[in-house]
Design a protein around this ligand. Sequence first.
Ligand SMILES: O=C(O)c1ccc[n+]([C@@H]2O[C@H](COP(=O)([O-])O)[C@@H](O)[C@H]2O)c1
Ligand SMILES: Cc1cc2nc[nH]c2cc1C
Length: 349
Amino acid sequence: MKLKQVIEMIQPADEKSMQLCRRRWDSIAKPLHSLGKMEDMLIKIAGMTKDTTMHLGKKALIVMCADNGVVEEGVTQSGQEVTAIVSENFWKTKATASIMCKTVGADIFPVDIGIAVDTNIINKKVAYGTKNMAKEPAMTKEEAIRAIEVGIDMVETLKEKGYGIIATGEMGIGNTTTSSAIAAILLDKKVEEVTGRGAGLSSEGLGRKITCIQKAIQLHAPDKEDAIDVIRKVGGLDIAGMTGVFLGGAALGTPIIIDGFISAVSALLAVKLCPHTKDYMLASHISNEPAAVMLLKELGLEASLVCDMCLGEGTGAISLYPILDIANAVYEGMATFDAVNIEKYQPLR
Ligand SMILES: O=C(O)c1ccc[n+]([C@@H]2O[C@H](COP(=O)([O-])O)[C@@H](O)[C@H]2O)c1
Ligand SMILES: Cc1cc2nc[nH]c2cc1C
């Protein structure tokens, strides 16, 4: 589906289904709202799917894998070759996210949306990596839109295959540099406030990373009001792909789970392209990268997990699946106040 068409399709979440879901929670024989965010998440999901029965279907993780030209500026601890190695390991259940997916009963879909070499994962390559944003725009406008549409199409394909909820993830050495650039622009923050050590950068490297981002922003002056302009000048193909996943989920009524820093940047870009997209997002955890809290605040979303994770790959997002399963089991299986003859508590809220 085309980006323009998808943006036109997106509607606010369904209030009626959310009300009915809340009513069901309030009828269950336990203190009101005592399952906290577990209840809130299912209520939100009911609004997304327009269905209060919570038959979510199969669970997926889409991992957008891409390289970033800015790596040649010495802004990362690891070399660019790590992107392809880890990405191919997803298929072999040898990377963290793939092992976690197997454990929680989710299927993993690693997508080569822009790795610098050919790989054997799902081939949706838009380019062999981006250009170095410190010297030129990371990509063309056409490439940015194509990468967003790859994300949209992945959601459409998975929905057709019976997947009812999708976690987002990414793999791309250098993508905390692109994400910090985007965060600085969208949040109107100083680069040093939104830039962290990514995958274990030294203090000297961190200084280089901050200077590099400042230089790229000064060079390209991205238009804050134009999300595509921001993505194409200082973003990445992985970020663009995840932005498309959020938009596709909102258009097709599929809940999409935000992972860490890079995923939250993509979520905010999707909201900039279409504000109602936010209704179809669930926050999972709070990444240790400094801008993670700021991004969730800007999105108006609260994470359910605080685990000090900053691995990426979708590891935080898929950690939410067992919690959603537990919540759903209670929601579907518990006796009501009427059934067990307990007088209903008065709401505490
Ligand atoms: O998701 C996060 O919050 C997160 C925070 C720090 C690092 N990462 C992962 O580490 C890689 C990017 O780190 P870097 O230092 O190469 O920019 C990329 O593959 C991400 O999956 C991910
Ligand atoms: C080994 C490794 C695995 C990763 N997974 C996500 N980012 C990563 C970065 C490195 C370096």
